[in-house]
Design a protein around this ligand. Structure first.
Ligand code: SF4
Length: 281
């Protein structure tokens, strides 16, 4: 049933991850989804995009997975929260799609990034796909909130060259309010990667009035610097490009009046990280 549907699935390619994609898994039974999650032989993808220069080093192909258990107030891809909005794709097809780019990616010092949604919601598929990419000599990265990092063994982490770790804010209560989940697992995953000397790029979304508390940013910077394996910090300015998705999905969007941060605010945040000896952009 799933295999048939995957062959009929629309093209995986999207111009950008802001395309609204819904209900692409219609007709697939719950038991088939559970089996796919257990084996990892099938994944649920929002899309593949190519030519990204902002999702890891060099030029990247990015696989956007469906499914996320967090509910960040500023999420610009809420259509990826529900795994059933993803296209069912066989592992074989995903690796074949990736293989088409392997020579170009090497020439451009790029690689493959698995993002989402939260890719570790589909941890078996993620591991198999990242190992498949590594086997083709492709640099691999995963963009994750770290919440499910304990699902991966050390051996499985070896398939990942770089972790783009999202740190959303600081403090248990604020983190709960912003994301719906505790921050502890994210920090623990960061510490585990540090103990393994596995490179991290920290990604921090700067939202005026929401994540720009100086004490919180300073705590994140202090934590990141203390890990010793953070190669760079990316301060990502909040934007409203995902607002239409919240509206189309009938979700309660609370950031209508929030502006994109000014250049001065972005520079201030970068300087907080730089003051801890980190490279921040
Ligand atoms: S972790 Fe990422 S995908 Fe999940 S809700 Fe937050 S911003 Fe959205």
């Amino acid at each position: 049933m799933i295999a048939e549907k995957s062959l009929q699935a629309p093209n995986l390619q999207a111009k950008n991850p802001y395309e609204l994609r819904l209900d692409q898994c219609r007709g697939v039974s719950e038991s088939a989804v559970r089996e796919a999650l257990r084996t990892g032989d099938m994944g649920f993808l929002h899309s593949f995009t190519t030519g990204s220069a902002v999702d890891g080093p060099g030029v990247r192909v990015v696989g956007w997975t469906a499914g996320c258990q967090w509910r960040c107030l500023y999420c610009h891809n809420p259509d990826t929260w529900n795994m059933m909005n993803g296209i069912p794709v066989t592992l074989e097809r995903a690796i074949e799609a990736l293989g088409k780019y392997r020579h170009g990616l090497k020439i451009m010092n790029g690689g493959f990034t698995l993002s989402g949604g939260e890719p570790l919601m589909q941890d078996r598929f993620a591991v198999k796909l990242l190992r498949g990419a590594k086997a083709m000599g492709i640099h691999t990265a995963i963009e994750t909130n770290g919440y499910l990092g304990s699902r991966l063994t050390d051996d499985e982490l070896d398939a990942i060259d770089l972790v783009l770790l999202g740190i959303k804010t600081w403090g248990r209560e604020k983190h709960l309010q912003l994301t719906g989940k505790d921050i502890a697992n994210t920090l623990e995953f960061g510490r585990r990667l540090a103990a393994r000397k596995q490179p991290i790029w920290v990604r921090f979304v700067l939202v005026p009035g929401l994540t720009d508390d100086p004490a919180d940013v300073a705590q994140i910077a202090n934590f990141a610097a203390g890990l010793g394996n953070v190669q760079r910090v990316e301060v990502l300015p909040f934007h409203q490009m995902g607002r239409f998705k919240w509206q189309r999905l009938g979700l309660d969007y609370t950031l209508n009046d929030v502006k994109t941060p000014t250049q001065d605010l972005i520079e201030w945040a970068c300087n907080v990280f730089r003051a801890e000896g980190l490279q921040a952009f």
